[in-house]
Ligand binder design. Structure first.
Ligand code: NAI
Length: 354
């Protein structure tokens, strides 16, 4: 079992912001990234929390993101637009695009806004939740580097291309559902490698495209639910990348190959104002009714209760934000040190050994 330390959210934020500033990121941007990563860890999405700081810092220090991006909004229609993000740090660039989308959806009832040429944007939950807190229905998708074999194939083509949804409700935080389109995130394979633990052979394949339970042999991840996840990851790539005129499929840039290169990734936001279809209070009431009805369903054998999608993350968030967030000791050691790595992540291809 990995040792963890309980860290107060404000302290974690401060440490992340300092580290990213030390790597060269502007303070306002470091502040946004820190807020985003603390959110992820607080939700229990540890694969996209403070664990990413080391990699982000190395890429920032090596010039693989534009430190002072020239972000430009191009409105292409009543409800459409592209935010040219100039390969700014992912969270800062994506939040810029989201803010344009929120304003547009409130004005015209719906918005489809692409964030063009961004770096890794982290957990999608953060963005869709923020839009749902503005009483909008939100969908977001983004590209990630090719490390997944298509259904029936033995070579990598798509990324773990996530898709997330959020809807406002009458009481409590919005319902947020957010998933990678692979069986498991790459972070879970890394975790098994570090512990020398076998993985289920339904997660990934080896260099011959054969299912493997050896995490060290993994050369490709598998789509969730076979052809269904495969279909979803293609649509995510088309909507968040190809539609914006960006590289797609196997030509999407790699996270770990060359950290001096910009990533040129895409992300899309699709926002809907419920008021344009029904009135907002009755919509939010219906969501509340659905959540209540789900909670009343008798649990199956081996389950404590039915949680609505995303509820377990929300439970973590409420608990960890008030009582502190469990952070792996080695991550905290790194954050508290003066270290910025220059050769930890680069040159390893998609399947980083760390
Ligand atoms: P996951 O498999 O842990 O969870 C998927 C969804 O199922 C979540 O909404 C979760 O709340 C829900 N869920 C889990 N257990 C549940 C239960 N017992 N009852 C009800 N709902 C439950 O998430 P996954 O697929 O590992 O993705 C992790 C994160 O990685 C996401 O935030 C995603 O946005 C992010 N990601 C980001 C990428 C990027 O390049 N920016 C690439 C891939 C993933």
């Amino acid at each position: 079992m990995e040792e963890t330390v309980n860290v107060q959210p404000a302290r974690l934020h401060e440490l992340i912001q300092e580290k990213l500033s030390r790597a060269g990121l502007r303070k306002d941007q470091a502040n946004l990234v820190a807020e985003h990563l603390v959110f992820a860890d607080a939700c229990g999405i540890h694969s996209h929390g403070a664990v990413r700081v080391d990699y982000y810092a190395e890429r920032i220090a090596k010039g693989g993101v534009t430190l002072d991006p020239d972000i430009m909004f191009e409105r292409t229609g009543a409800s459409t637009g592209i935010v040219h993000c100039d390969n700014g740090v992912g969270q800062y660039a994506a939040l810029n695009a989201l803010d344009y989308a929120i304003d547009m959806a409130k004005e015209s009832g719906a918005a489809i806004v692409g964030a063009k040429r961004i770096s890794h944007c982290g957990t999608l939950s953060y963005y869709v939740k923020r839009a749902a807190e503005e009483n909008l229905i939100a969908i977001s998708m983004c590209q990630s580097d090719p490390m997944v074999v298509p259904f029936g194939g033995s070579e990598n083509y798509f990324g773990t291309n996530p898709i997330a949804f959020a809807i406002p409700r009458e009481q409590g935080a919005p319902v947020v559902f957010d998933m990678a389109t692979t069986v498991q995130a790459w972070g879970k394979i890394l975790d098994a490698r570090s512990k020398n633990q076998q993985i289920p052979d339904s997660w990934a394949v080896d260099a011959d495209g054969e299912p493997t339970s050896n995490p060290h042999a993994v050369q490709g991840l598998l789509p969730v639910a076979g052809p269904k996840g495969f279909g979803l990851m293609m649509m995510v790539d088309v909507l968040s990348g190809m539609l914006l005129g960006l590289p797609f499929g196997k030509n999407v840039s790699s996270m770990y190959t060359d950290l001096t290169e910009k990533r040129n990734l895409g992300q899309i936001f699709i926002l809907i104002d419920p008021n344009r279809f029904t009135d907002l209070p009755s919509f939010k009431h219906s969501v509340e009714t659905m959540v209540g009805e789900l909670h009343e369903i008798a649990p199956a054998v081996g389950f404590k209760q039915v949680y609505y999608p995303g509820e377990t993350n929300q439970i973590n968030y409420e608990q960890y934000m008030s009582k502190g967030i469990p952070i792996a000791e080695k991550i905290l050691d790194y954050l508290e040190s003066d270290t910025i790595h220059f050769n930890q992540y680069g040159g390893t291809g998609s399947f980083a050994t760390i």
